[in-house]
Design a protein around this ligand. Structure first.
Ligand SMILES: [Zn+2]
Length: 378
């Protein structure tokens, strides 16, 4: 905790600009109490962690249990608090909200709206996050979750492949027609934006990574812009090079041989696995609902069309249903939508046959407009 009450019932906020010698003198003169349970607190001024308050180990106060605060959490919380102070924005550190029995890291009041800022350093379950969000909603407070940049992971800046744990994926936001995550790194005093997320497969994404020092951040926080078409063509290159490597290992690892639908499709369609046409294995919205790499189910779709003497334009709900069943894929609203999206892209490119010629540029254009027509899932 960074906030305590003094003997005189005044609020005292710790600040790392106060010299430790001054804090030690203060500790001799004053006792400090928990704003919530009013128990006396220990004032910890050590060498390693930044100065903070802590309950006695026997305390039953709620706050003791949320107290296993890391240095990183304390640091980030203090820096974010100072950020709002420097912006002349009304902010409270660790306020106890009696109505909902919650204590966000910060409570910010701006333009008549209240925001609860949570700087999240440790893993949190979806249920717990939902529970806290519901509490805030009841009190008409908008939650802003800022996950900490993972300690073991350093993001270089630029357009690249990144992997995001399921834990981090729950913080994905949508704005300006793209999906992004805003992290904070207290060590470097900067925000990290992982923007324009494009799913590759599993936890792998392509993203534009940018750092923004807290000294130039504003509130409401900067929203990342959608990438340009030029940047998008870099995405497509990365997407295909990843596909290439993935498919190579896919061939080596497959034990099912001809029973493997993807390998079978590629074989029957007389395609070269090392040089698939660029319209097989493309990113489409909702494809995360299909638990296969895009090239796999997209190649299978062409094989399905051939076997059933269908054209792309004949892929209505019924035939999509048949395809999913035939390919042994999950049948759901989202998987249907993924296949529909893909058919739509093929139709716009007037592609019906896997051996048809195409222009790279046209594919990039089509995929780019599809990428911009993002679904607001979150
Ligand atoms: Zn307490």
């Amino acid at each position: 905790m960074l906030v305590a009450l003094t003997d005189q019932h005044e609020q005292f906020i710790l600040n790392s600009n106060i010299p430790k010698t001054a804090l030690k003198q203060l500790r001799q003169k004053t006792k400090f109490y928990c704003p919530q349970c009013k128990e006396q607190l220990q004032f910890k001024i050590g060498t390693f962690k930044i100065p903070h308050f802590a309950h006695n180990s026997k305390s039953l106060c709620d706050q003791r249990f949320s107290e296993r605060e890391s240095e990183r959490h304390l640091l980030g919380k203090e820096q974010l608090f100072q950020f709002f102070v420097s912006q002349h924005i009304d902010v409270q550190l660790e306020p106890y909200l009696q109505n909902i029995n919650q204590r966000p890291d910060l409570l910010v009041i701006e333009d008549g709206h209240r925001f609860a800022v949570e700087f999240q350093c440790s893993p949190i379950s979806l249920e717990k996050r939902e529970q806290r969000n519901n509490g805030y909603k009841r009190d008409f407070i908008r939650p802003i979750w800022i996950p900490a940049q993972p300690v073991n992971k350093e993001f270089r800046q630029g357009i690249m492949k990144i992997s995001l744990s399921k834990q981090l994926q729950q913080f994905i936001l949508t704005s300006n027609k793209q999906q992004y995550i805003m992290l904070y790194d207290p060590t470097m005093r900067q925000f990290i934006y992982l923007s324009n997320l494009m799913l590759l497969h599993g936890n792998q994404f392509i993203s534009k990574v940018q750092a923004l020092p807290i000294s130039i951040q504003k509130f409401p926080f900067y929203l990342p812009k959608v990438i340009s078409k030029k940047e998008f063509s870099q995405y497509v290159l990365l997407y295909h090079s990843y596909a290439h490597n993935y498919l190579k290992s896919r061939v080596l690892l497959s034990r099912k041989g001809v029973n493997d639908l993807f390998l079978r499709s590629v074989y029957e369609l007389r395609l070269n696995i090392q040089a698939l046409p660029k319209f097989i294995g493309v990113p489409v919205q909702e494809s995360d609902a299909i638990n296969l790499y895009s090239a796999e189910w997209q190649a299978a779709l062409f094989y399905f069309l051939r076997q059933h003497h269908l054209t792309i334009s004949e892929m209505n709900n019924q035939s999509i249903h048949n395809f999913l069943k035939w390919a042994n894929l999950l049948y759901s609203k989202r998987t249907i939508s993924a296949v529909k999206n893909y058919c739509y892209i093929l139709e716009s490119l007037s592609i019906n046959d896997p051996h048809q010629s195409y222009r790279d540029e046209e594919i990039v254009n089509q995929l780019y407009s599809h990428f911009l027509a993002i679904n607001y899932k979150y």
